[in-house]
Design a protein around this ligand. Structure first.
Ligand code: AMP
Length: 398
């Protein structure tokens, strides 16, 4: 079975074509600057990438070009679009939709109704789905929601302590994000440990430009750091993470900022970038810290402390801990962050082998647990696209 996985952003469209029989990626790529010029990087597995500048006025045109590249004699991997069996769409926000779903007209209509609570990611995802439906109307299409992994969390963890009607009438609640990644890495960890996931208490740390931490008890998410939007939680590349909400009203009242301006500050100018004043990329911040830059050191300490705090809190919520997983750009690559997070965590049973942590192998599940430690600590590369392909295969075959 061949499955095309699409991840549509506001001006981008990422794609991967999977052969599910061999669990291989046949080709993948990214369309960028959609609506403002356009460029595609396309890579057939085992070949050099092909890049082109091409006018991409909308997601539909981008998808047409992707399909023609996938079928082309020179760069393609299939003879015709008819070889694709199903399409899986990454949809960040599923609102009240609790499970990955076959896309029907009513699913698209529902996604349109929740655009107000998902203004950034909703419209491009819907545009990607509509483009697919127009070009390949007979193909099964599946939506996989980042939020659905959190359908198992209890109301005490998702209702905010503000007047209840804001939850009831306006759906102001914790939704949680990166669920597909947390679901994937917790499953891979259980496989790596050779234990049933039902028996494990796991904390998964997805640390990238956007970061979230999730407590997974017996395979079910019970709490997560991102909330109503991906803004809540630990400090991120450019997002503040959790702050006292009064800072918002203070900025508006005393500095005259509009709601939009404050939102932009908290989303785009805060986090590691805001504190360090250097970059949202942790590599640059570590380089500056090594040269003695105090604000760079502070940004790193804020990040590390946020991760530690969540690990402590989630261990308490689960009444125990069997494993910690590090994943995504920082989690998979920044050994120094993993070391700082796991320093002085012996009380909880977390101890890592510093040698293995520094000399880890990239791209595979890698055990960094110290000998005799009570809690297993692993690096697990995330693969949201593969998880989407698995759900798509399951639902398309029904
Ligand atoms: P992501 O959003 O998952 O792509 O992660 C972005 C973050 O991961 C940035 O802060 C980078 O510093 C970090 N990162 C990504 N790749 C590497 C790498 N190869 N080595 C060190 N850090 C990396």
């Amino acid at each position: 079975m061949k499955i095309l996985v699409l991840n549509a952003g506001s001006s981008s469209l990422k794609y991967q074509l999977f052969n599910m029989d061999s669990s291989e990626v046949l080709a993948k790529g990214t369309c960028e600057r959609i609506g403002a010029g356009g460029a595609i990087t396309h890579k057939r597995t085992g070949s050099e990438p092909f890049c082109e500048e091409i006018d991409l006025p909308n997601h539909g045109v981008a998808l047409e070009r992707v399909l023609s590249l996938l079928c082309s004699a020179e760069y393609g991997v299939i003879a015709s679009v008819a070889e694709i069996d199903a399409v899986g769409h990454r949809v960040a926000h599923g609102g009240e939709m609790l499970e990955s779903s076959r896309i029907t007209e009513s699913v698209v209509k529902y996604l349109e109704t929740i655009v107000p609570i998902n203004p950034l990611h909703g419209p491009p995802a819907i545009a990607g789905i509509k483009a697919c439906l127009a070009l390949m109307p007979d193909l099964p299409q599946v939506a996989v929601f980042d939020t659905s992994f959190y359908s198992t969390i209890e109301s005490s963890r998702y209702v905010y302590a503000i007047p209840y009607e804001f939850y009831e009438n306006d759906k102001r609640r914790r939704y949680g994000f990166h669920g597909t990644s947390h679901r994937y890495v917790s499953g891979e960890l259980a496989k790596a440990l050779g234990k049933p996931i039902e028996e494990l208490k796991i904390i998964t740390c997805h640390l990238g430009n956007g970061s979230s931490i999730t407590a997974v008890d017996g395979g079910k998410a019970i709490d997560t750091s991102m909330g109503f939007t991906p803004q809540e939680g630990i400090a991120m590349g450019t997002r503040s993470g959790t702050i006292d909400p009064t800072v918002v009203t203070y900025l508006m009242k005393t500095k005259g900022y509009s709601a939009q301006e404050v939102e932009d500050i908290l989303n785009k100018k805060s986090g590691l970038l805001g504190v360090s004043g250097i970059s949202n990329d942790l590599r640059n911040i570590f380089a500056a810290a090594e040269e003695g830059n105090e604000r760079a050191k502070l940004a790193i300490d804020i990040l590390v402390n946020g991760i530690k705090k969540h690990i402590g809190a989630y261990t308490a919520e689960m009444n125990g801990l069997d494993a910690v997983v590090f994943t995504a750009g920082i989690g998979e690559n920044q050994a120094n962050v993993r070391e700082m997070v796991c320093e002085n965590m012996g009380y909880l049973g977390i101890e890592i082998d510093k040698e293995r942590n520094m000399n880890f192998t990239r791209g595979i599940p890698f055990d960094i647990t110290a000998k005799g430690a009570k809690v297993a600590t692993w690096i697990i590369p995330t693969d949201e696209e593969y998880m989407i392909a698995i759900d798509t295969q399951r639902l398309a075959s029904k």
